[in-house]
Design a protein around this ligand. Structure first.
Ligand code: BEZ
Ligand code: FE
Length: 299
């Protein structure tokens, strides 16, 4: 028997069912003054609710998701470790945001992810100066920085960084001097740059946190194909953040963070000690040589 005075049970047409919950939450943001914030929050709720409804998330799965995000936040150290960016990277969100925000013309060089290991303020290095303070396969990377009409951009600055032969960046590996395999190279009057360095190696992204566990649970590997990072700036041009990938790397088609673009593949060709470039750049023995020109988009 019903308790006297109790409300009648809501009929199916009045219940706060799945569709009504979603609409109610979307409507709760209607009063947001900032139209961009309003749109982002309403579309976020729309897609998030559609996802939860589509997969019919169980309560255990919801709890596991909360625990995963909590662990992701706890893995961040406020310095080099940023597990949320790593999560964005392995979900391809970083590359999608990069693509949306760098719709450069066909003539300009393609961009790719910045990654978490950039350190500003690295030493300015001279034309052809060696940035390697640790051992590895010696290499020379040469090219020009040009505008979209093919004219050189003298004075363009290339901030360059890569891992050591052990697959770790300075900053990540406390045994390396902080300036190891990092430097800022200024183009000469013909827009040319020359970087003495090591042949980059493939390396795994950090796997000792929740993102690593996610990759393992989903049978994905953590490897990035060997690459050299660039951040290139010239007055009047958009900054270009990109990489050059070794064209023979086995992980080019399965980069853990989806950063590879065909135009960014380069060959590292072996040159002997009697090559004229060896004398010009001070190599004692053989070395690998890669060439690439970068094209910047005007502002
Ligand atoms: C990197 O290339 O340095 C990198 C990019 C994304 C995630 C981890 C590392
Ligand atoms: Fe990298």
């Amino acid at each position: 028997m019903k308790t006297p005075g109790a409300k009648p049970v809501a009929g199916a047409s009045e219940r706060l069912n799945e569709a009504r919950i979603s609409q109610k939450v979307i409507d709760s943001f209607a009063g947001t003054d900032d139209p961009r914030l309003r749109r982002i929050m309403q579309r976020l709720v729309h897609h998030l609710h559609a996802f939860v409804s589509e997969v019919e998330l169980s309560e255990e799965e919801w709890r596991a998701g909360i625990d995963f995000l909590t662990a992701t936040g706890q893995a961040c150290d406020g310095k080099v470790r940023q597990e949320f960016i790593l999560l964005s990277d392995v979900l391809g969100v970083s590359m999608l945001v990069d693509a949306i925000n760098h719709r450069a013309s066909e003539a300009a060089s393609e961009s790719t992810v910045l990654g978490p290991f950039y350190i500003p303020g690295m030493p300015e290095r001279g034309y052809g100066e060696d940035m390697a303070l640790t051992a590895g396969e010696p290499a020379l990377v040469q090219g020009k920085v040009l505008d979209c009409a093919g004219q050189p951009l003298p004075g363009a600055v290339l901030d360059v960084w890569q891992t050591a032969a052990n697959g770790m960046y300075s900053g990540q590996d406390t045994d390396q001097p902080s300036a190891n395999l990092r430097g800022r190279y200024r183009c000469d009057a013909q827009g040319r740059f020359a970087i003495r360095t090591l042949v980059p190696v493939s390396y795994p992204i950090p796997t000792d946190g929740p993102v690593g566990r996610l990759l393992e649970a989903t049978a994905r590997h953590p490897w990035r194909p060997a690459h050299l990072h660039f951040m290139i700036a010239a007055p009047g041009y958009h900054q270009l953040v990109t990489h050059l990938f070794n064209e023979e790397d086995p992980y080019l088609d399965s980069d853990a963070v989806f950063g590879v673009k065909d135009s960014l593949r380069v060959a590292y060709r072996l040159r002997s000690a009697d090559d004229p470039l060896a004398a010009e750049f001070g190599f004692q023995g053989g070395f690998h040589h890669a060439c690439h020109d970068f094209v910047l988009e005007p502002r």
